[in-house]
Write a protein that binds this ligand. Structure first.
Ligand code: ZN
Length: 64
């Protein structure tokens, strides 16, 4: 009797990667290769969020 193969293909799950929550938009984001060096300090999901966090408020005048 032959037993049917179990899982032939190994599937990689994204949840395997570390995740963080963006301090600006609050969205979860997963580890990226380009962040491997800064992941420890990374707080935002994108440069845009980082820039916005720096500015503080969303709405405001032209001059900072
Ligand atoms: Zn963000």
């Amino acid at each position: 009797m032959a037993r049917k193969g179990e899982a032939m293909a190994r599937m990689r799950r994204n949840s395997d990667l570390p995740q963080k929550t963006c301090a600006q938009c609050g969205r979860p984001f997963a580890w990226r290769k380009k962040w491997e060096k800064v992941w420890d300090e990374l707080r935002y999901c994108s440069d845009r969020c980082r820039a916005e966090a720096k500015r503080g408020r969303k709405s405001g005048g032209k001059d900072g």
